[in-house]
Design a binder for this molecule. Sequence first.
Ligand SMILES: [Zn+2]
Length: 264
Amino acid sequence: MEQSTVPISEQVREVAKATMEAMRVPPAEELSPATAAGSAEADTLRAEILRAGRKLWERQYVDGNGGNISVRLGSHYVLCTPTMMSKCDLELADICLADMEGNIVAGTRQRTSELLLHLEIYKANPRARAVVHCHPPYATAFALTGSAPPAGLLSECEIFIGPVAVAPYETPGTPTFARSVLPFVQDHNTILLANHGIVCWSDTVTHAEWLVEILETYCKTYLLAQQIGRPLLPIPEEKIAEILEMKRRMGLPDARMDRLEGRG
Ligand SMILES: [Zn+2]
């Protein structure tokens, strides 16, 4: 057997270089749709979508095939729930991979028609990495009146959400509906959709689902508090200012942040 003339140190260096190359995981945006769909990151995000979908269904925030969930995968792709499926019944293989124009690039199911809404939010606000849309009854009750519950009452809601915006009614699934939230997506992570439901964005699917829970609980609690027949007790202005300081440190949006900055 012929001996290699390459010094051992050089052979080791070559092997190390090849190993490093093999271990390099390029960001998802460099990947083809098929490779992105098969990536470990995509697997993790699909599982997170399933967990959130199950929570939405168990808490009765979605009915029939209602509601939808999406999350960004790198710069070029979005994983999203399919159309015409209960959020209770989702399996990993049901999750669609779409590009930023809404074209399905991997998966066997049709995407939700509301992906257009999600895509408008992602394009308008890069901080939005995940979007959840659903129809929780108490929050949707406010959406039927075209009004939001007042801000400044419940600390949990103040910290994570703040004032809630209301987007005007448009026909679901249309581009006009998708764009109806654009005036609000910078200052609000939670938006009521008039005569329809709500939409929330955050850094992860889990956190966007939390916003749904927080708003729904607030709407329910607010209506219960009104039954007591006593005046509601607002959080003092200076304490709201403390919350806004906290939110700025946490990187959470709030339509009142300008007021804080104006305060100097
Ligand atoms: Zn809907």
